[in-house]
Design a binder for this molecule. Sequence first.
Ligand code: CA
Length: 239
Amino acid sequence: MVQKSKEKYETNILIVEDEEDIAEVIAHFLGEIGYNIDIAYDGQQALKKAHPWTDLILLDVMLPKLDGFEVCQRLRSKSETEEIPIIFLTAKGEDEDHVRGLLLGGDDYLIKPVAMDVILARIQAALRRAHIREVETINVMGLTLFVNEFRAEYRGRDLGLTLTELELLSYLIRHPRQAYRREELLDVLWTDSKMVTQRTVDTHMKNLREKLGGFAKYIETVWGVGYCFNDTVSYEEED
Ligand code: CA
């Protein structure tokens, strides 16, 4: 069996999903969080793309060529892939399918539709159980984002951010000095943007800024556009 280092800088997630829209949305969301994403659109592709460096597989059940249960079984029967955490993500909500998925060696079973933050939380839990350490903190201008712990500190003080606020902040910080329109930020944050309005972004930004304290000065409102993380701002006054 190929040994892989447990201390890594990249976590590789394979998304197996034949509905391209869904695959793209999940890939985009997880990619923004910092995961390295690969997508397989059918069961055979999934078997080809799963390798010893794959850290986790999100596996749809109803798939062309080979269904997800079959894929899971085959992955579990090969030493190179037997230990990869597998989370079923499926529209099949029957108890018997759920049980079957787990009996075949799946680590978790999520029924679509499911919120992105739930998928993320389950992924993180599965990775923790597999002892795959993710090393990700982002340090900028006195602020530290602990990406995997869902929290941020500014000058050593925990900011108490919600997941949504954290996502907003993280996205802006990862793309410094770029102004984003509200609808672009909505795309980053929610899978079903029909549920929220652009004003929702403003509300979250307002709350975020209040919690950020002295760091808020780096999050600029760009009139007529949206928001921007600007690390070149300098103010005279102390926080
Ligand atoms: Ca499917």
